[in-house]
Write a protein that binds this ligand. Structure first.
Ligand SMILES: [Zn+2]
Ligand SMILES: [Zn+2]
Length: 647
């Protein structure tokens, strides 16, 4: 019999009969297949556990703990959900059902939306299918056979999908019990491998994501290898709901979005505005300390400016329509860049003037379809913490390195210390010479390496005008958010004819860098709000401390305390309502005010304050100045006046 060389992760190589299943091969090499293993990577390609090996193979067992394993597990789970739907509602037609982050979905063509009762029924059936422990098997067809097969099963969407496949290549399907689905695989060997399954919710979705196509019914679910892991995930989802910035923004009276004002346009209420002001003041201070110059620019400009910048040609669908003023066309700004360029152009620049760094908290307006708007995260008007740097080619590396340091220190101040960095290189369609791209990409790479940052390369994912670095942070719930970006631009200096006089007396073109640290103030505020669950640290809290007199006769002393705290620079509230002290404390806790001062006879006599934290902890009785010190100590070093963020 012909034999092939098979190894487990490159170890214990053995000659085994050609055509042996991956499972049998692992048994030969390892003695047994652990029950957690449900698929295999053979020479880097994911295959079924029962697939046969035809060539020399290096095997790597796949379990739920790997991204590939998770995908196979979730994808198999969505087949189980689809089978349950077909058993409960035989007229439902199958479309697609991929694994997604944290779970899976499946889209069905069905005559009506699924009701909550339907979902219960489907979930119960899915659990039953898991219990049946149906074995899952792969079958291959020719394209024509596959079309006939799915036609005969009344699955027109599957037929349409197969018709789009290349001719002459085999089409695979997976069968479990009576259920057959078109699928590339691989799959779990049997339905019983799914240990914990949950149907989450339903939503409408268009076939192929196109609103001209029929509306489908999408079911979302998730699955895990243990009940405990599923429960932890569901708890996390609950926590995400509890921390939803739209809910917290309303509960804590921080901001609103009102239909009368317009969707995607934010109204900042006093408490939200107070927090924003603190963020912005800190931002400005740090930019000045780090040798940026701050500028302001208008919210509209002649349309011609946006023609020069290329926005009219390349960014039109994201812009509001132009307006006519005295027979001239004007455009609401979608970006700040052209204005900073015009400031640069207002003088003749010499190589000695560079680098020039212009920063602005610049409010921009972009057209987003109403369907994609989402609280503070996706809006139509927002303020970018924008800056544009103009430098010589020899300064590029150092400038980028400084920006990266600025990013990590700025975000670190707000409690984000986990960073993921991504370097995006030249896409197929790009302006600038290969030489320019190589130099700029090298500068970005060097800056990342010199800063000691680990990063991932995204080949071809750069913007058409230059390479970039994106930075993602991780919040308290482990979710990733992209806030910061550093982008090199070869395009705008060319379009606007930017120059500087070099030490050779000739004119040269500066390199332009676009960068944002927080991204947009609105979105960053939304992220912060969810990160802290509304319980802002004292240095950011709109009200840091509230004074609560026990009864009317303590009001005089309470007012005195309030005035003293205010004089010391604290943001202080005073609750003089004729309510029970228990209720006042509960409401202050709900408002997530970091410190509460309860004032009664004893405190008034001793000229002291009894301090309580929002988590219920009593800090005891202390002189007012001690509380002031406590509040000041909460401030990160970089926020305390006079200290630089870096250098
Ligand atoms: Zn599948
Ligand atoms: Zn820009």
């Amino acid at each position: 019999m012909e034999s092939i060389q098979v190894s487990l992760k490159g170890e214990s190589i053995q000659a085994l009969p050609k055509g042996i299943s991956a499972k049998a091969a692992i048994e030969q090499l390892n003695g047994a297949v652990p029950p957690e293993v449900f698929a295999v990577k053979a020479n880097g390609v994911e295959i079924d556990l029962l697939a046969s090996l035809e060539t020399d193979s290096t095997l790597q067992p796949l379990m739920f703990d790997s991204p590939e394993g998770k995908e196979i597990y979730r994808h198999s789970s969505t087949h189980i959900m689809a089978q349950a739907v077909k058993e409960c509602f035989p007229t439902a037609q199958l479309t697609i059902g991929p694994a997604i982050e944290e779970g899976f979905f499946y889209d069905f063509a069905f005559e009506r939306p699924f009701t909550p009762e339907d979902l219960e029924k489907i979930e119960a059936r899915a659990l039953e299918i898991i219990k049946r422990n149906l074995s899952v098997s792969r079958r291959e067809f020719s394209k024509e056979e596959a079309i006939e097969f799915f036609k005969s099963r009344g699955e027109p969407y599957k037929v349409e999908l197969i018709q789009g496949f290349p001719d002459g290549e085999p089409v695979s399907a997976y069968t479990q019990g009576d259920f057959v689905d078109l699928c590339r695989g691989p799959h779990l060997p049997a339905t019983g491998y799914v240990k914990a399954f949950k149907l989450l919710n339903s939503a409408g979705a268009y076939w192929r994501g196109d609103e001209r196509n029929p509306m489908l019914q999408r079911l979302y679910g998730t699955s895990f290898p243990s009940k405990e892991a599923l429960q932890a995930h569901l708890d996390n989802l609950e926590e995400i709901k509890r921390r939803d910035h739209r809910k917290l923004g309303k509960d804590l009276d921080l901001f609103s979005i009102q239909d009368e004002t317009g969707p995607g346009l934010i109204l900042w209420h006093p408490k939200g505005a107070q927090i924003r002001l603190l963020i912005e003041n800190f931002w400005r201070e740090q930019h000045l300390a780090n040798q940026y110059e701050l500028v302001y620019s208008p919210h509209v400009a002649r349309l011609d400016l946006w023609k020069t910048s290329g926005h009219v040609d390349f960014y039109k669908e994201n812009m509001f329509a132009p307006m006519s003023v005295e027979s001239s066309e004007y455009q609401l700004k979608p970006m700040n860049c052209p204005f900073h360029i015009m400031v640069y152009k207002s003088h003749l620049r010499s190589y000695r003037d560079l680098p020039i760094r212009y920063g602005e908290l610049g409010t921009v307006y972009r057209y987003e379809r109403s369907g994609v708007l989402h609280g503070l995260m996706r809006v139509r008007g927002f303020t970018q913490d924008d800056a544009h740097l103009f430098c010589r080619p020899d300064q590029l590396g150092e400038e980028v390195q400084k920006v990266l340091k600025f990013i990590t220190s700025m975000l670190g101040t707000f409690g984000f210390t986990e960073f993921k960095m991504f370097l995006s290189t030249r896409p197929e369609k790009a302006v600038g010479t290969i030489d320019q791209w190589d130099q700029a990409t090298l500068a970005l790479e060097t800056a990342l390496k010199n800063g000691g940052y680990t990063y991932q390369e995204d080949p071809g994912e750069g913007v058409f005008y230059g390479p970039k670095i994106d930075v993602k942070i991780q919040d308290a719930l482990g979710r990733s958010w992209q806030c910061s970006t550093v982008q090199i631009d070869f395009n705008n200096p060319e379009r606007f004819g930017l120059t500087y006089v070099g030490d050779d007396g000739k004119t040269h073109q500066p390199i332009m860098i676009h960068r944002a640290l927080l991204g947009s103030i609105e979105r960053f505020f939304g992220i912060l709000l969810e990160h802290f669950g509304g319980a802002f640290p004292a240095w950011l809290a709109p009200v840091q401390v509230i004074v609560l007199p026990i009864s009317e006769k303590h009001q005089g002393y309470a007012q005195e305390v309030e005035k003293n705290l205010r004089r010391e620079g604290c943001r202080v509230g005073l609750d003089l309502r004729n309510e029970k002290i228990g209720l006042k404390i509960r409401e202050a806790e709900k408002a997530k005010i970091p410190f509460m001062i309860v004032v009664g006879d004893r405190e008034a006599e001793a000229k002291m304050v009894a301090v309580r934290q929002r988590n219920g902890k009593n800090l005891g009785t202390m002189p007012i100045i001690d509380l002031v010190t406590l509040i000041r100590e909460d401030m990160p070093e970089s926020v305390k006046k006079g200290s630089l963020l870096f250098e």
